[in-house]
Design a protein around this ligand. Structure first.
Ligand code: NAD
Ligand code: DAU
Length: 366
């Protein structure tokens, strides 16, 4: 039985990972550590209500003492590190929190892990620090460039990407210098349930349902490689169970799409769902689809993101051949699942975006 610390476990991917892990390894003990920033919501862990499902620690990874005590108190032997500031646009406007959490916070966790796992006597016999990172550390690609592989040189372009690159280097250094048993995964764009509606796919769905414009940056030609979040969780599991200590693995969806095509695809799917299920018109009267107007009419081209990376694409060959990784969900089924989930979970996205979740939080957490 492992004692797993999941940092950022109330965020989008972290929460999906906790759901995934609890189902696959019900005997493992899970400690969810999260600061509950705007992006972290206890509601993301709904359905895991039994006391044995997980223990929650409300803390900041920037707080070094709290991190060391946590490792000692809970006798953690495995860390899966998701906690981060994750939105590129926010990093452009306010980079400080990205440096604090992604760089200093990651270093604090590594330092706590080293202290407790390597420097004191009754350390757990085996340990693992798995670091969850991004393909953005590799920079941007042109149309004909080969996809990013594990040996692609780092060339981060946004403050977010630079902070994640720094954290990746620290993880590597703690292995090389001190022998900490680490693995790292670099993944492409995720989508699915519980994604905060500031990222492209959930933002477009929420705006389409509420009749707000669909802001496409620049000319919409930028390309991302999309992966359903459960496939990412499965990939991390494979890296943790079969990956070589000290190595990094790329995880992707083999699914490159231009932003404008994604937005148009979402619009068409929403139109079709409203046509098939007229009851949605009652629930979402402000959606153009509620009165037969094409959702595409909401698309608005807006000023481009500063330093906007043009194309990301992951070459996951190493994960495929060494770990047996392959995404299961197709984009077609994954996007339908995501739209259905958003239609069925209006209270979730309203509460995380309109602030009412914060009121609940204040009465339940200090
Ligand atoms: P998210 O923003 O949805 O969640 C981040 C979580 O971290 C939140 O719950 C937040 O409260 C918590 N957090 C933030 N600062 C903290 C701090 N100082 N101390 C403790 N907790 C803190 O992010 P996500 O999309 O779920 O991404 C999770 C991880 O995966 C990140 O490391 C990100 O870089 C990486 N990643 C994301 C994607 C993607 O497409 N979303 C792709 C590849 C890699
Ligand atoms: O590639 C992995 C990364 O994917 C993760 O490391 C990040 O945490 C995650 O946020 C994501 O970064 P992106 O910047 O690619 O994702 P985002 O959803 O913000 O934007 C996707 C694309 O859509 C990007 O080209 C910008 C564009 N976009 C985004 C928003 C929010 C728009 O055109 N309009 C929008 O309103």
């Amino acid at each position: 039985m492992r004692k797993l610390l999941v940092t950022g476990g109330a965020g989008f991917i972290g929460a999906n990972f906790v759901h995934y892990w609890k189902e696959k390894y019900p005997d493992d003990e899970i400690i969810v550590l999260d600061l509950l920033t705007y992006a972290g919501n206890m509601a993301n862990l709904q359905g895991l209500e039994r006391e044995s499902d997980y223990r929650f620690v409300h803390a900041d990874i920037v707080d070094q003492d709290a991190m060391t005590s946590l490792f000692v108190e809970h006798r953690i032997d495995t860390v899966v590190h998701f906690a981060a500031e994750s939105h590129v646009d926010r990093s452009i406007h306010e980079p400080d929190a990205f440096i604090q959490t992604n760089v200093i916070g990651t270093h604090n966790l590594l330092r706590a892990a080293k202290q407790v796992w390597l420097d004191i006597d009754n350390a757990p016999s085996s340990h693992r620090f798995h670091h969850v990172s991004t393909d953005e550390v590799y920079g941007t690609l042109g149309r004909d460039d080969p996809a990013f592989c594990e040996t692609t040189p780092y060339a981060p372009n946004s403050p977010y990407a630079a902070s994640k690159a720094a954290s990746d280097h620290l993880v590597r250094a703690y292995h090389h210098t001190y022998g900490l048993e680490v693995t790292t995964s670099n993944c492409s764009n995720n989508y699915g349930p519980y994604q905060f509606p500031e990222k492209l796919i959930p933002l477009m769905i929420v705006n389409a349902l509420t009749g707000q414009s669909l802001p496409v940056y620049g000319d919409g030609s930028n390309i991302r490689d999309w992966l359903y979040v459960e496939d990412h969780c499965r990939g991390i599991d494979l890296v943790m169970s079969k990956g070589t200590i000290g190595e990094t693995y790329n995880i992707g969806g083999n699914n490159e799409r231009a932003n404008i095509d994604i937005v148009k695809d979402i619009c068409a799917r929403i139109d079709a769902v409203f046509e098939k299920h007229p009851e949605h018109a009652e629930a979402y009267p402000d959606a153009p689809a509620a009165n037969g107007t094409p959702t595409e009419s909401l698309i608005t081209f807006v000023k481009d993101r500063l330093g906007h990376d043009w194309r990301y694409a992951i070459d996951a060959e190493r994960s495929e051949s060494e770990l047996g990784y392959a995404p299961i969900e197709s984009f077609d089924t994954g996007l339908d699942r995501t739209i259905s989930w958003m239609l069925e979970n209006e209270s979730w996205w309203r509460s995380v975006t309109d602030g009412s979740y914060r009121d609940w939080l204040e009465t339940n957490y200090d």
